[in-house]
Design a protein around this ligand. Sequence first.
Ligand SMILES: [Zn+2]
Length: 466
Amino acid sequence: MRRIYLLSFSIFIFTGLISYASEQNNTHDWKAGTSRVIITPEQNMWMAGYGRGRPSEGTLHDLWAKALALEDADGNRGVLVTTDILGFSKCVSDRIRDRLKEKYDLPRSRIILNSSHTHTGPVLKDALYDLYPLNEEELKKIDYYSGILENKIVALVGEALSSMKPVKVYSNNGVVRFQINRRNNNEALVTKQTNIDLKGPNDYAVPVIKVENQEGNLLAVAFGYACHPTVLSFYNWSGDYPGFAQLELEKLHPGVTAMFFQGGGADMNPVPRRSVELAQQYGRELAAAVDRVLKEEMKELSPRLVTAYDEIELSLTGLPDAETLSEMSKNASGYPKRWAGRLLDKLNRGESLMTSYPYPVQLWQIGEQKIVTLGGELVIDYAIRLKQIFGQDLFVLGYSNDVMSYIPSARILREGGYEGISSQIVYGLPGTWEPGIEIKIIQKVLDLANENGIMIPQSSLVQGVR
Ligand SMILES: [Zn+2]
């Protein structure tokens, strides 16, 4: 009798322990929340990315901002925000991130603000103003829209944070090959179907993060690619190929939030281009690559989130003197004339030109998945170099937190051309980047890894930065 009592008591305790353990498991999983908001401008206004002659005229499909909030087993939070815009200017990004800190206690390390770099989105405040012939009325519209966008993103993050549920998180890389290295290939020749000797470097990776609920149903997919969304150059709002890729994935998986982030696509173009059908084709190709990854086995990520962020001062060199600017403001035309005139006015007011810029560098580790995010129009060399150091499964995002200019590698800076030199005027900067830019940025990523206990594979250190 006593033995039976003891046995049933032990069974009771044992079952209790099992149910306690499974509850503990639940509380030791990831939590995630998603949210989305349309950010298509409500009025026609100036479009970003190309030197156009007039404002927008309509909408092909809506522009979106989307958020994925993650919380690890210890309550550490991070929010990825993706947007169908050309790029966040520093003033817009800083204001959003200051408000996120104030409202939700999220420091900059815990927020990624990525822009898809669509060239059929709106101009934001203080972004590439010299490129566009803006009058007072258009400037007012840009200010108004930027304010609305800021409010929407702050609310979007709040919504994602307040909708968190237990989930499982997975990652893996897929591949799709429509990016063409635009510096090293002639676009006219690439559009032919035969006799193409394509030159790199390239990085065809399609990084994918999958979020599933406890029942194994897909809730969200965040995916990337390194390639300019420059299929379209017309006057209708659109997310270009990333917009179509998101639409396609949300059609394949109804109810799912599909989010696109831009990689190091600064020297990559989709070729051939310039039709809605081509933008849709590339969108579907990218969605198919993501869908393949979702269906195959993915790496399940342990519920531990590490986030790190810092800014480094990058120096500008070769600043023009007043005489050069005066000459250019008289003899040049278009955006170089506006650039020279604006800088000359600055000098005439007794102000000095900018000689350095605070550049954002960020490192996340979601379980076993390392993610580097860098500001500006990041060229593919950075993705290749960082993968040599951290391993091929690393995710590299450019166009994050502040898009202040192109970010050339040492090679591209040496070679010159648009991404190395002349695009600095398009972005309104007074000089070109210092020769040590690549080493400085990579070194900062390594420092953030070391300071935050993020492992760097030993084998890669041998061939790492020198
Ligand atoms: Zn660009």
